[in-house]
Design a protein. Structure first.
Length: 255
């Protein structure tokens, strides 16, 4: 089988291990796939699973349609990969290639199922807002159990034809178990991470926002009205915000 690896992408295969205080000499340990006599077993063996969620890739979906050349509009290709992951059997990881991937807020790119969207590092893969584009959002979370990691989102503030506010990541509805980590957010014209407007029964719960970098966020108008921030979360339950860094932004966190 021929394997191909995108430059700069590190995929870790995690195997859980079990230890015992005492191992009787009459029952030595055997390697995976061996029977009690040390011979390769013909009986299907259980494969250890990841003990920590989103620490190993078990169902990769490669976003091969994305060019990420800094010129082509990759919005449709990214949405197609997200849709493919939704029907791939669960626990999927959509892996984006390195480069600058141009996306248009008008495309309404939406994550509609529990999955992991991963790049090749926050300095390797960048989703950049398209020039001369309308406002809105760059990515929308519309499901529980979503993880975003290891890429950047560039809101293109000050770019040609970019004037209207657009959030980098927005949650469309109450959501649970969302993780955003090891990412870089820069040049947003709105908020970097935001949740739905406060309303009765509308909560975001058990979110983790960790080890991200935020730079040059927000327009003066929204900053003065306290209407945008690196992290703008309404009615949080169990929210953890740890290990992040913010520079030259309107606000860091508004809860």
């Amino acid at each position: 089988m021929k394997a191909s690896v995108w430059p700069g992408l590190l995929a870790f295969l995690c195997l859980s291990t079990a230890t015992s205080a005492q191992i009787p000499s009459a029952a030595p340990a055997h390697r995976l796939g061996e029977d009690s006599a040390g011979r390769l077993s013909r009986v299907p063996q259980a494969v250890p699973t990841c003990s920590v969620r989103r620490t190993c890739i078990t169902n990769p979906v490669f976003a091969t349609g994305m060019k990420c050349d800094g010129v082509s509009d990759d919005s449709s290709a990214l949405q197609s990969s997200l849709n493919a992951a939704q029907t791939s059997g669960g626990n999927a990881t959509v892996i984006m290639p390195p480069g600058t991937c141009v996306v248009d807020p008008a495309a309404n790119i939406t994550i509609g199922s529990s999955l992991w969207l991963q790049g090749s590092g926050r300095n390797g893969t960048t989703l950049k807002r398209k020039d001369s584009s309308a406002g809105g959002f760059i990515l929308k979370i519309a499901a529980d159990g979503v993880t975003l990691s290891d890429f950047s989102i560039d809101g293109n503030k000050g770019g040609p034809g970019v004037a209207a506010g657009a959030d980098s990541i927005t949650a469309a509805a109450p959501s649970d178990q969302v993780t955003i980590q090891r990412m870089r957010f820069l040049n947003s014209t709105g908020s970097d991470i935001t949740s739905p407007a406060a309303a009765n029964g509308v909560y975001v719960s058990n979110w983790l926002i960790s080890n991200n970098e935020f730079e040059n966020q927000g327009l003066t108008a929204c900053g003065g009205a306290a209407a945008c921030a690196n992290v703008l979360i309404n009615q949080p339950l169990g929210l953890r915000v740890v290990g992040n860094r913010s520079d030259a932004s309107q606000h860091f966190a508004i809860f």
